[in-house]
Design a protein around this ligand. Structure first.
Ligand SMILES: Nc1ncnc2c1ncn2[C@@H]1O[C@H](COP(=O)(O)OP(=O)(O)OP(=O)(O)O)[C@@H](O)[C@H]1O
Ligand SMILES: [Mg+2]
Length: 272
């Protein structure tokens, strides 16, 4: 189960996020980044956060703790921006909270490094969940206590926006050519050998069970929330089996290639 917390103080909106999440303090003395159910991205963004985030955590990736966040719009009445006020008013009740990492820095591929093994795991994981939101322009990775943390999986599992075509959509390739970690020599096939066997039916049942019923209810084409959960699990299981064969990587960047033979000979000649 995800823990339940209740918001007690709305601190500030995070305007750099498209969905304008809020920093909110809760009754457990924690501070959370809250993704609001009333945002334009809709409740499916929250479903994707839970399934992808909890799956990533179980595969050993660093994802800040996720909680079920009870938000009363009354605590946001001091927010002067009318649009944000509307967002808060539309989000009374259950929302998604992510542990706020104080003092974290946004990952910049030109400044920070990531080991090839970790880059491989993250690229393979993003391919598995069809995450289009981890490019070098918008990495959605935070550096905190010298480690890299994964945030913002709301735009993953995109096939759930149309269940009728989901099977075909989920069978598609994954383009990682502008992935934030593409310059760190990822080898997703190696990561798949390590991680794909962990994506079992039990694990997928466990992570999909964490999604609150009310975010899955009344999904067209499904009788009950558990049927929707099974659909998520089936697609992810199928994708885990072979997505590593369909990942497009960026060509190895020039500065990382060894110098050509003629240049080495020339330099050696000069130094002789
Ligand atoms: N757990 C966290 N701890 C600290 N800062 C965070 C955390 N989660 C998000 N942020 C900050 O808030 C910003 C917006 O968060 P996030 O990317 O999750 O929102 P979004 O609305 O989905 O954004 P996007 O525009 O990328 O779709 C992040 O870029 C980051 O700077
Ligand atoms: Mg983001």
């Amino acid at each position: 189960m995800l823990r339940d917390v209740t918001g007690i103080r709305y601190v500030t909106p995070l305007r750099e996020g498209g969905s304008v999440p809020g920093v909110v303090e809760a009754d457990d003395l924690g501070t959370y980044v809250v993704k609001f159910r009333g945002a334009a991205q809709g409740r499916k963004a929250l479903v994707a956060e839970v399934i992808a985030g909890e799956l990533g955590r179980r595969l050993g990736l660093r994802v800040p703790e996720l909680v079920r966040f009870d938000f009363d719009p009354v605590i946001g009445l001091g927010e002067p921006d009318e649009e944000i006020q509307d967002l808060l008013k539309a989000s009374g009740g259950l929302n998604l909270g992510m542990d706020f990492l104080p003092g974290s820095l946004g990952f910049d591929p030109l400044v920070f490094g990531v080991e090839p093994a970790e880059a491989s795991r993250i690229v393979w994981f993003d391919a598995l969940i069809g995450n289009v939101d981890r490019s070098w322009r918008n990495p959605n990775l935070l550096v905190w206590h010298r480690s890299t943390w994964l945030i913002d999986h709301g735009a993953s599992l995109i096939w759930h926006h149309n269940w009728k075509t989901a099977r075909t959509a989920a069978a598609k390739a994954y383009d990682a050519s502008d992935h934030a970690l593409s310059r760190f020599s990822p080898q997703p096939a190696a990561a798949a050998a390590e991680l794909a066997p962990l994506v079992t039916a039990e694990l997928l049942a466990e992570v999909t069970a964490l999604v609150p019923d009310e975010w899955l209810a009344d999904e067209p084409g499904f009788e009950a929330p558990d049927d929707v959960r099974r659909a998520y699990a089936e697609l992810l299981a199928a994708r885990a089996a072979d997505i590593h064969e369909r990942i497009t990587l960026a060509p190895v960047s020039r500065e990382r290639q060894p110098p050509p033979e003629w240049l080495r000979t020339w330099v050696e000649g000069k130094n002789a």
